[in-house]
Design a protein around this ligand. Structure first.
Ligand code: CTP
Length: 402
């Protein structure tokens, strides 16, 4: 909840500005008071009228607007808030912030504020990758500005994809809740970076079809959440799931196994890595650019190629291997024997083995029965909720670190 938290939302000029409207609703649903500022470019995408209506007040647009200066004034706008959120944070707005410019209301308020600032960047992947933007991002991070996203995925422009999509409104809300949450500075994992993979991967066949599996991501997300509550800095790399982002966790959304591998590489180094995702073992060699038509030449042949084994790759690294690497073994028979074999084959330190046969209801369900397998032996835990499994695993990890 964000009851009575005051949030100043700066809306930059990008196609993602429409998501800022939903963000306002989500924040107000959670009890926050929201004020909105639109840049001139922002007003090309959403109107001050809609922003004002959703905020339940007026939206602010001009630095030298006698009425708003009389009303509030830019200095009060900058100070009478608990947090400033910039969404979308465009390349231009970030460049201005990094350079300390103040030539309109948004940039002036951002320069004048003494409150934490959270940025949700959104731009074309090439603009994001540009060295100028990366310099500005590094500068802003060094200045103490916080970031949520950007995410991987399709862009508004046709045939463009990559890193640059603005984080979804609920991800931004989770990041805001994380900023307001009391830091668990004394938690057993404080000072540690924990990386978690979660959910299934989707391997595209063509633009509308994909190969997937039944993983819901509940267990991986619960682990990320438990690690954050234990004070860790957590990066959660998630395949497509239908779950809200856990509070206080940085979430990177991916679709395919290859994207997950890349995102894991980018997120390292980590002290602890937990691979709870159900990664597809195979991907389609060349997904069709257009939807395959049924009536062509009968059922298609789908040549598959093996995906990278993320767990085995990271566990087998000599350099920058996380100190503790934990895998999950999803089995339908001989659970413990298969898990032992996987532990050795993949070179991880612990395997959390679970029986995912349909009759167990583990896939998609809320409960899990697991066995913790390591070279030291096997510990079988009673059936419990996935949240309880997550907390127990985090306690084990904390105990192993001392
Ligand atoms: N895993 C991974 N990358 C892959 C496949 C699996 O990181 N390409 C990880 C999973 O996240 C999990 C562990 O490896 O932690 C075991 O996954 P599982 O699907 O049980 O093992 P597989 O290697 O796919 O073995 P099999 O399909 O033969 O059971």
């Amino acid at each position: 909840m964000l009851t009575d938290r005051r949030i100043l939302l700066v809306i930059g000029g990008g196609i993602a500005a429409y998501k800022a409207l939903d963000l306002i609703r989500r924040l107000r649903e959670r009890g926050a008071h929201v004020r909105g500022i639109l840049t001139r470019a922002g007003q090309e995408f959403v109107t001050p009228l809609s922003v004002g209506a959703l905020c339940g007040g007026r939206a602010f647009t001009d630095l030298f607007d006698a009425e708003s200066e009389f009303d509030v004034g830019h200095i009060r706008l900058a100070r009478d808030t608990d947090l400033v959120v910039v969404a979308p944070a465009t390349a231009d707005l970030m460049a201005k912030m990094a350079g300390g410019h103040a030539d309109d209301l948004a940039s002036t308020v951002l320069l004048a504020t003494d409150k934490p600032v959270l940025l949700a960047p959104a731009m074309n992947p090439r603009m994001w990758d540009n060295r100028a933007t990366q310099r500005n991002v590094a500068q802003l991070a060094a200045d103490g500005r916080r970031f949520v996203g950007p995410n991987e995925g399709e862009m508004a422009e046709a045939n463009e994809s990559g890193l640059g999509r603005m984080a979804e409104p609920l991800e931004i809300v989770a990041a805001i809740e994380g900023l307001f949450a009391k830091p668990a500075a004394s938690g057993p994992l404080s000072g540690k970076h924990v990386l978690v993979t979660s959910g299934p991967t989707h391997e595209p066949i063509d633009p509308v079809r994909y190969i997937a599996n039944r993983s819901s991501g509940k267990q991986g997300h619960a682990i990320a959440s438990a690690a954050a509550l234990a004070g860790a800095r957590v990066t959660l790399i998630s395949g497509p799931v239908n779950l809200p982002d856990p509070a206080g966790v940085r979430v990177v959304r991916v679709e395919t196994a290859r994207e997950m591998m890349q995102a894991v590489d980018r997120a390292l180094p980590a002290d602890i890595a937990i691979f709870a995702a159900a990664v597809a073992d195979w991907g389609i060699d060349k997904p069709g650019a257009q939807k395959m038509k049924k009536d062509r030449v009968g059922p298609p042949q789908l040549p598959l190629s093996e995906n990278p084994d993320i767990l085995a790759t990271i566990a087998g690294r000599k350099a920058a291997r996380p100190g503790l690497v934990i895998g999950f073994a999803a089995e339908t028979e001989n659970v413990i024997d298969h898990a032992r074999e996987k532990l050795r084959r993949k070179g991880c330190d612990w395997m959390v083995a679970n029986d995912v046969s349909p009759q167990t209801g583990v896939m998609g369900g809320d409960r899990n029965t697991v066995h913790l397998v390591s070279e030291a032996g096997v510990e079988s835990w009673p059936q419990q909720t996935k949240d309880a499994v997550a907390r127990a695993l985090i306690s084990k990890i904390a105990a192993a670190l001392v």
